[in-house]
Design a protein around this ligand. Structure first.
Ligand SMILES: [Zn+2]
Ligand SMILES: [Zn+2]
Ligand SMILES: [Zn+2]
Length: 978
């Protein structure tokens, strides 16, 4: 009876039980918005922009997202990654002003608005585009704030801002002044019925039936003889489905390193690709008769005669674009009326011959002259008849194939060359200088990515800057109505920029050209005084590309920027246009580092797209895993590869989120009665295990800081996970639980543990802040009793507590010790702890064996015995450490009991002459021989501890106490009572 009551007596009130208001669950749906609202009210955004002014600046230049819809997951990923980088640089003590931007001009907005308001005039269209972009900017701005992103939201940049539009024109003027701008022919997709150029997205492909003709281009006789040893005429057999383009032919293309055959067909000798010879003969219904073969290279450079234009020659080239699926592998090339033909024209310097009018007729210059004025759609019959007359049409049939059509009127498109504005990539070695800069001046993260930009620039044949659109920055020029010659100058552009600065791009649309041009201006080419305004606008990549000029330079920010961070698709977009324009305007790259990341893909690795229906919106993710969950997901994704999303990944991220939160909660819950200013225990009074925890904290901090510095955010994520789970939860915090809960509340022992807990909490909270921005703010609200400003306006904490620092602080090492000496001290310490931790895991294994046998339920019920063998280096290092433990006031038994969380620990030191030798081959040790690493010089065994279980702390001890309390608990309880 009495025994039962004794057992029931509760000592709960005598324990220092943990408590905190910090909730276990993040409750993100309710709590996240509260923190974000606070940041808005406190305008943390402007404060972060100005923080650390006067100190070293780190400039991240925000690439502008497009203002035409809700942000998608890729945008959210990108902005969050930038935010993590900016916050970590700022907390490292730098001035990190981030000006967010938006790309506002261009086709996507214009198309969307034109669909919404069909048929509106250009002025209205511009007005509606401006309104649409403005609306989306406000929406996106809130969406970015809701991701916890801190940029200067009150002072962003917009490419449609009047001043910025004017500065974009000024940037163009400067490029022109330096000789980089020209106006020349480019072949574009054209709708003759709508009389307009079409952008790629406006082209739709439908099946269409077209003639399919095989045309002979006679090969020069001498060459034919040399190659095929024949005196009879030889022709290259060309195949086309657009007969009207034959008069514009300027070349023939073969496939390189491919064999060609001379066939005899219907008494004629024609050359076709060997791989297509069977197909051609089958199509023509003839038996294949091969007379000779040669390689494409034998024919390259030879001339052919045009089938019906006297004196017109078509040279033979070879290029890999030539396919071997259809036709004859002898490709007709008319650079003035075919898109691929145009590219080849640019590549091989072939004339861009395009005497074609806007309404689809041949114009002056066409040969034969009789074609002038004829609609190209009517030319089909004419061309076929002409080919028959000249006996150069070997065969004619028809073909059903996919053909480009206009999305508006659904008519088939033609291609014609129109005058366009270009950036001259060869001028002043621009391309070459860009490649040099990529090699020598720009750092790439990940490093292999430089190849992408290199290939984007290296393969770029030209940069067409003009777009036949309405919503954008105008190309300021006057065009002669009579002869289409352009008239402009940098000073003229700058004059117009003044007006644009006041009234926006709308100024150029509304201003009367006669007000701008001197009265007696006449065309330098034809003398006419009749001019029109250029109506083309600039490629939006130019707008966005020159933001290093319109934003960084104009706002007096650091130039060049330290970092540009975008998806890999921007190698062909923003990175490229930024690099090229900065080399034109400033002779050096606008950035010193380019960091790139992949695309967002679903769990099957497919790129997210509306058509696949696998798009995840950022808000859906936030609803599931909270803002910090999303941010942790960003940190967890290695940005070298694709940005994967899957339930398993999200579950992993949520687990880490919970782990960090719980760690912080444990620390907070044991600091309720602790003030760092008054209760902290100095290093010299700290226990060895607490000193070790400080060293580990310092190492963790160093590791994370280095990873942030290298922009290796994934490494931060992993270090954080390892530290919270391995180092803290399963090790240090587990070890000190007993001390925190059961030792006298204000004892040095408990205060020592609390001091370390406080440091861990403080350091950890700051280190997670760039990623887990909301959680860090919430934690700091709880432990920073004098908190006056957001965690995001605070710096990372210095944690110097490495072993060597501690040794110097404690006078063990002198302050002027050499770096090598300090390093070797650290090394020795780390070795000692490695031995100790190995010993611990051996003991835990031994205890686990007992647990499996049902002998103990918890390690606290166990007693362990450790035998230290003689003459092992390991043992002397271990003993040295244990001696030190004793010298600072804790017996090595107590130390090892605490360290292994057991009730009793016996240490047998074989070198100790007072102790008897132990037979470690004895059964009781042999049972645990697999728990110890061979060659460690140690033997262990484990058994149930003797005595009884203390009802207060659950340790086993022989107790004479009336309540069965252990000696330590007796002391604590009795002191509390008196
Ligand atoms: Zn059309
Ligand atoms: Zn003229
Ligand atoms: Zn006890």
């Amino acid at each position: 009876m009495a025994q039962d009551e004794k057992a029931k007596k509760s000592f709960k009130d005598t324990l220092n039980l943990p408590h905190t208001d910090f909730p276990i669950r993040a409750n993100a749906q309710i709590e996240d918005p509260k923190i974000i609202d606070r940041w808005k009210k406190d305008d943390v955004y402007t404060k972060t922009f100005h923080k650390n002014e006067g100190k070293q600046t780190y400039l991240l230049h925000d690439g502008p997202p497009y203002a035409n819809g809700h942000i998608h997951l890729g945008t959210a990923y990108n902005k969050t990654l930038k935010d993590i980088i900016a916050k970590s640089e700022r907390m490292a003590g730098k001035h990190v002003p981030v000006t967010p931007g938006w790309d506002c001009h261009g086709l996507p907005i214009e198309l969307k608005v034109s669909k919404e308001f069909p048929g509106v005039d250009k002025d209205t269209l511009r007005k509606k585009c401006r309104e649409s972009a403005t609306g989306w900017i406000e929406i996106q701005k809130e969406e970015f704030k809701n991701l916890g992103v801190m940029m200067d939201w009150n002072n962003p940049y917009y490419t449609m801002d009047f001043v910025q539009e004017a500065d974009t024109v000024r940037a163009f003027a400067e490029c022109a002044e330096r000789g980089y701008i020209s106006r020349k022919n480019k072949t574009v997709a054209w709708c003759a019925s709508c009389q307009t150029v079409l952008a790629t997205v406006e082209i739709e492909h439908y099946e269409r039936k077209d003639p399919s003709i095989f045309v002979e281009f006679p090969l020069e006789a001498q060459r034919a003889k040399d190659i095929f040893k024949t005196d009879n005429p030889v022709s290259m057999l060309m195949w086309t489905t657009t007969p009207w383009t034959v008069p514009l032919n300027r070349a023939l293309f073969l496939k390189p390193k491919t064999s060609y055959e001379l066939l005899e067909i219907n008494g004629k000798q024609v050359v076709v690709g060997a791989k297509l010879a069977d197909k051609v003969c089958a199509t023509l219904g003839v038996d294949k008769k091969v007379l000779a073969t040669c390689m494409a290279e034998d024919l390259v450079g030879a001339q052919t005669n045009h089938p019906f234009i006297a004196g017109q020659h078509s040279p033979i080239f070879a290029d890999n674009f030539v396919g071997l699926e259809d036709g004859t592998a002898v490709v007709h090339s008319a650079p003035g009326c075919g898109p691929e033909d145009y590219d080849m024209g640019i590549k091989y310097g072939i004339e861009i011959f395009s005497p074609l009018s806007a309404d689809g007729r041949y114009t002056k210059g066409i040969k034969p002259e009789e074609l002038e004025g004829m609609l190209v759609t009517d030319a089909l019959g004419w061309v076929i008849q002409k080919l028959q007359e000249t006996d150069t049409l070997l065969f004619k049939t028809s073909i059903k194939h996919s053909y480009p059509h206009c999305w508006r009127c659904r008519n088939g498109l033609m291609f014609r060359a129109t005058k366009q504005w270009f950036c001259e990539l060869q001028h002043n070695d621009l391309s070459k200088r860009a490649l040099d800069a990529i090699k020598n001046n720009i750092e790439f993260l990940p490093s292999g990515m430089s190849n992408h930009l290199k290939s984007a620039i290296g393969t770029r044949a030209e940069w067409c800057l003009s777009r036949q659109r309405t919503w954008g920055t105008p190309i300021v020029a006057a065009i002669c109505v009579a002869c289409d010659t352009e008239h402009t100058s940098p000073s003229f552009m700058r004059k117009v920029a003044e007006g644009i600065e006041k009234f926006g791009v709308e100024y150029w649309a509304s201003v009367d050209l006669r007000e701008l041009l001197p009265q007696d201006t006449t065309c330098k080419s034809c003398g006419s005084a009749d001019f029109r305004k250029e109506e083309d606008i600039l490629d939006v990549w130019f707008d966005a590309g020159v933001t290093h000029f319109t934003v960084l330079k104009k706002r007096g920010q650091k130039y060049p920027a330290d970092i540009y961070v975008e998806g890999t698709d921007q190698h062909r977009g923003w990175f490229q246009s930024s690099l090229l324009t900065s080399l034109m305007l400033d002779e050096r790259p606008a950035m010193t580092t380019i960091a790139t990341h992949g695309y967002t893909v679903d769990d099957k690795g497919r790129k997210m797209s509306k058509s696949l229906g696998n798009v995840i919106a950022p808000h859906e993710l936030i609803e599931k895993i909270g803002v910090d969950g999303l941010r942790l997901w960003v940190a967890s994704v290695d940005f070298e590869g694709d940005i994967a999303t899957s339930d398993a990944l999200m579950e992993n991220v949520s687990e880490v989120n919970r782990k960090v939160r719980n760690t912080a909660r444990f620390l907070l819950s044991n600091l309720y009665d602790f003030k760092i200013a008054t209760d902290a225990v100095p290093l010299e009074k700290m226990r060895m295990i607490d000193r070790y925890a400080l060293h580990e904290l310092a190492m963790f901090s160093q590791k994370v800081r280095a990873a942030y510095d290298a922009k290796d955010i994934t490494a931060v994520f992993h270090a954080l996970t390892d530290y919270c789970t391995g180092e803290l939860s399963a090790f240090y915090l587990d070890i000190i639980k007993d001390r925190l809960y059961t030792d006298q509340a204000d004892s040095v022992e408990r205060r020592s543990a609390q001091t370390v807990c406080w440091y861990i909490l403080d350091v950890l909270t700051h280190l997670i802040a760039p990623i887990m921005s909301i959680t860090a703010e919430q934690i700091s609200d709880h432990y920073q009793t004098d908190k006056t400003e957001s965690i995001h306006l605070q710096d990372f904490k210095d944690v110097p507590f490495t072993w060597d620092y501690q040794a110097q602080k404690l006078g063990v090492l002198s302050l002027n010790e050499s770096a090598a000496e300090l390093a070797s001290y650290n090394k020795k310490r780390e070795k000692q702890w490695e031995i100790l931790c190995n010993l611990r895991s051996s003991l835990l294994k031994a205890i686990e064996k007992l647990r499996k046998q049902g002998i103990v339920k918890h390690s606290l019920e166990a007693k362990v015995t450790i035998v230290m063998n003689r003459d092992k280096d390991n043992i002397s290092l271990l003993k040295e450490l244990l001696d030190e433990v004793e010298s600072i006031g804790q017996s090595k038994h107590e130390f090892l009991k605490e360290f292994c969380i057991v009730s009793d620990c016996e240490i047998i030191d074989e070198e100790d002459e007072d102790q008897d030798d132990v037979d470690t081959d004895d059964e009781s040790f042999a049972e645990f021989s697999d728990c110890i690493q061979s060659d460690s010089g140690l033997h262990v065994k484990a058994e149930h501890a003797s005595g009884s279980k203390c009802p207060r702390c659950w340790k086993w001890e022989a107790s004479g106490d009336q309540d069965g309390l252990c000696a330590r608990c007796q002391k604590v309880v009795r002191r509390q009572i008196h």
